[in-house]
Design a protein around this ligand. Structure first.
Ligand SMILES: [Zn+2]
Length: 407
């Protein structure tokens, strides 16, 4: 990126207002001045201050400038894929049978354990490039397909390398994604090993790489009490909780997120009214993952409207993973946010930018204002509403993303 430049010839600019929950500002015929990877000035082109008129210009080609999307929930790194399983499920084979035969998440765990750091980095870089080409500027990414210390450590090493290469990432430790075969029938014992041995060891080996800790709290996986134990161990290591909560049934995950002051509670198709109010009061971001609901063929879309009415700052994410959301398409997330979660376009945009960034403590991402990082996508549309209106249309934005200064 040029150190000092002005984006001109924009049709307009649309950005959430960080001073409010859901207000979106629109400037027609806009210009944006960039300096050192940050926004120095923005407004109507005719108001561009004289000091910027001689700066090198970047032709916006009549596009609309929006903040680049922030994806606050992905399982970016895993080996293999599950396309074969996908068609078996369409043939009517239940997931429980596929899992009993060693398929499902166990297949991904085997492939991930077999992958080297170099292979994982190459996979991750390909996926991050795809996301960026589609308008995503910053990504949260979890471990969790290793389910053994050395494989989780390789995942964390791979994420550390991706950050060193300049990718804008926040990393979450999720060894408690499932119960590995080695601990079959002993969730309690596994939760204890993760909390007391693995988390401290992973943080010791890879200092400063992970900022968050996650647990899949669900019937048949981990209970609220086992989750609390892991989260408290994570907090002692400086890892803030993010929680897989109330996805397939109500388990009290949203309530636990509020109790712990978690950064986010994610999925929430079966969130209770009490849980919603508790998240709003504790400033926990509910992160909703509509492509997962779609891919699982579920009818229970997360109650986004009720959460907004309860005062929550809802965010949206892709949940990119090989089992329940093999999807690197942010526009599909945006469209399902409108079409199924019944968010307005402005709300869905804010959920995928400002609120997603806030759930990661990134106040300088997800909006376009002086001082914010110049992380933006220039969309070739007459009006930004076209991004959701033309369902299925694949737009190719020009994406400007400065390197992460924290990496
Ligand atoms: Zn997930």
């Amino acid at each position: 990126m040029i150190a000092r430049s002005v984006v001109t010839n924009l049709n307009g600019l649309l950005t959430p207002d960080p001073k409010s929950h859901w207000k979106v500002d629109r400037i027609d015929d806009a210009a944006i001045a960039l300096e050192g990877g940050r926004i120095a000035w923005l407004g109507k082109r005719i108001d561009l201050p004289a000091e910027w008129t001689a700066a090198p210009s970047l032709d916006g080609a009549g596009a609309w400038a929006l903040p680049a999307f922030v994806d606050p929930h992905t399982h970016l790194l895993f080996g293999g894929d599950r396309s074969g399983e996908f068609n078996r499920r369409l043939h009517g084979v239940p997931y429980a049978q596929i899992a009993a035969e060693g398929g499902g998440i166990r297949e991904t765990v085997r492939a991930t354990r077999a992958a080297s750091v170099a292979e994982l980095v190459a996979l991750g870089e390909g996926r991050l490039r795809t996301l960026r080409e589609r308008g995503v500027g910053h990504v949260e990414a979890k471990t969790g397909y290793g389910l053994e210390l050395e494989a989780e450590s390789r995942l964390l090493a791979s994420y550390g390398e991706l950050r060193r290469r300049g990718w804008s990432l926040d990393i979450t430790l999720l060894p408690a994604h499932d119960i590995p075969l080695e601990f079959a029938g002993d969730a309690e014992g596994y939760a204890q090993v993760v909390a007391e041995t693995w988390l401290p060891e992973l943080v010791r080996r890879h200092p400063g790489v992970a900022r968050y800790c996650d647990v899949f709290i669900e019937g048949g996986v981990f209970t609220v009490d086992q989750g609390r134990r892991i989260f408290e161990a994570g907090k002692r290591l400086g890892l803030q909780p993010r929680i897989h909560a109330d996805e397939l049934s109500w388990t009290g995950g949203a309530e636990l997120a509020a109790e712990l002051g978690a950064a986010s509670a994610d999925h929430l198709m079966f969130c209770s009214n009490v849980g919603m109010r508790a998240m709003a009061a504790a400033h926990v971001t509910p992160i909703l993952l509509p492509t997962t609901t779609l891919c699982l063929g579920m009818r229970e879309w997360a109650p986004a409207r009720k959460m907004i009415e309860a005062g929550c700052r809802v965010a949206l994410a892709s949940d990119f993973n090989p089992g329940s959301s093999p999807c690197l398409d942010p526009l599909l997330v945006l469209r399902l946010g409108c079409l199924q979660l019944r968010l307005t376009f402005e709300e869905a945009l804010t959920a995928m930018t400002l609120h997603a960034a806030r759930s990661l403590g990134r106040g300088d991402l997800g909006h376009l204002h002086p001082g914010a990082r110049a992380s933006m996508a220039l969309w070739p549309v007459r009006d930004p509403l076209e991004l959701v209106y033309w369902v299925g249309e694949a737009y190719a934005p020009r994406v400007i993303v400065p390197e992460d200064p924290c990496a």
